[in-house]
Design a protein around this ligand. Structure first.
Ligand code: AGP
Length: 380
């Protein structure tokens, strides 16, 4: 067992720190130079015969549970932007409970690390019955999801550690790799429209830069341990995000909840005044994600409003932005490198993964076997 963990104390820690490698594996052979102008392009072999159908879909429906749902949510804006097709989100169990409308003209994209999650598979059966084109995004070759979908992309995160694997150990690298696969899917479905060329190139350059930027974020480990020491006895932690990073808020909170066993909620910052603001006082710790993107100035205003209510703020911002977000130095700041907006969630989730990991260890919980959770949720 120790051999599998290498120099790390826990699988979760190993997985978090090996994300530069898992992301490289996910992208290997898929980003290539092509075409007359030698611009970079994306090659997803499992989708190539279906791209036209996906482009012509009436809508794209993303379906998943937990972390996989969050990865799909993080990717929704870029898929909408590049494909021009509306994307709707479905939690797998809810789609099945409602028997929500799914049409022949839909493309349903199922995201699942294990490919064996019962709720996701049931939603897949339902979408197949309704005649939608079903695409699978999974890390597990030969899984039920891979077999039953019409086409798909393997995540190739290379983070399955076989029988020794535990619930916590498979998922951390899967989340970031899922976002990368979904960004590549957006590029593939978007095609090579001239109007998108600069954006496409910027995303591909961003993808290629990701492993080194992830390495840079991982240097925050000690800082996140210090933060965990500060938060060790808290009952609750809120995480505010919006736009691309609403999913980061949900995923960060899910990690803190499931591994550190601390109540945590990811909140859409745009909803702050519609309820959550009532919780804010000088005790409750709040993480606000305010990295540079189209929502930055709105997040600055959220920080001001939380500060005015004496909120105990921890702000995640882009390197060099501390002064613009810390309201006169009164907030704790976590600085992360900048990358193209649709890839920023890959970097932003890492400090929260590290925080969840250190909180868990400090609180004396089992990092690799979270209480009450099974490796794959294969029952309903
Ligand atoms: C793992 O602990 C995740 N946090 C969990 O939510 C997981 O993403 C969910 O159970 C779905 O699993 P899947 O990706 O294998 O379908």
């Amino acid at each position: 067992e120790q051999i599998n963990k290498g120099k790390y104390k826990h699988y979760m820690q190993k997985e978090i720190h090996e994300q530069p490698e898992s992301l490289t594996t996910t992208m290997r052979g898929r980003l290539i130079r092509g075409g007359a102008c030698k611009s970079k392009t994306v090659l997803l072999g499992g989708l190539k015969d279906h791209l036209k159908t996906i482009r012509r879909s009436r809508r794209i429906v993303f379906v998943g549970c937990g972390t996989s749902y969050n990865a799909a949510l993080a990717s929704r804006p870029i898929v909408e932007e590049l494909s021009g097709v509306p994307v709707t989100m479905e939690v797998a169990s809810d789609l099945v409970d409602r028997q929500g409308p799914i049409y022949r003209e839909d493309t349903a994209v199922f995201v699942s690390q294990s490919g064996e999650t019962a709720d996701t598979l049931q939603a897949l059966d339902y979408a197949l019955e309704n005649g939608a084109l079903c695409v699978g995004i999974t890390n597990t070759v030969g899984s039920a999801l891979a077999r039953k979908t019409h086409c798909g992309v393997h995540i190739n995160a290379g983070c399955e550690i076989g029988v020794a694997s535990t619930k916590a150990s498979d998922w951390h690298c899967a989340y970031t790799s899922q976002i990368v696969v979904m960004a590549m899917l957006a590029l593939a479905v978007g095609g090579d429209m001239i109007s998108n060329e600069a954006r496409r190139e910027a995303i591909i350059d961003g993808l290629l830069d990701l492993p080194s930027k992830v390495k840079e974020v991982l240097k925050l480990d000690e800082e996140m341990k210090d933060l965990a020491e500060l938060l060790i006895n808290e009952q609750s932690l809120l995480v505010f995000g919006r736009g691309y990073n609403y999913a980061t808020a949900l995923e960060g909170a899910l990690k803190v909840k499931e591994v550190a066993l601390m109540h945590s909620e990811g909140i859409l910052a745009g909803e702050m005044k519609h309820g959550p603001l009532a919780l804010v006082d000088h005790n409750l710790p709040i993480v606000v994600i305010a990295t540079r993107d189209a929502c930055f100035s709105k997040q600055q205003s959220v920080i001001q409003q939380l500060h005015a209510r004496k909120g105990r703020l921890i702000v995640m911002c882009t390197k060099g932005d501390s002064a613009s977000v810390s309201v006169g130095g009164s907030c704790r700041v976590i600085e992360v490198p900048h990358v193209e907006d649709c890839l920023q969630p890959v970097l932003n989730v890492i400090p929260l993964q590290l925080l969840a990991y250190h909180l868990t260890v400090l609180r004396g919980h089992n990092v690799d076997q979270p209480r009450n959770l099974a490796k794959s949720v294969t029952t309903q």
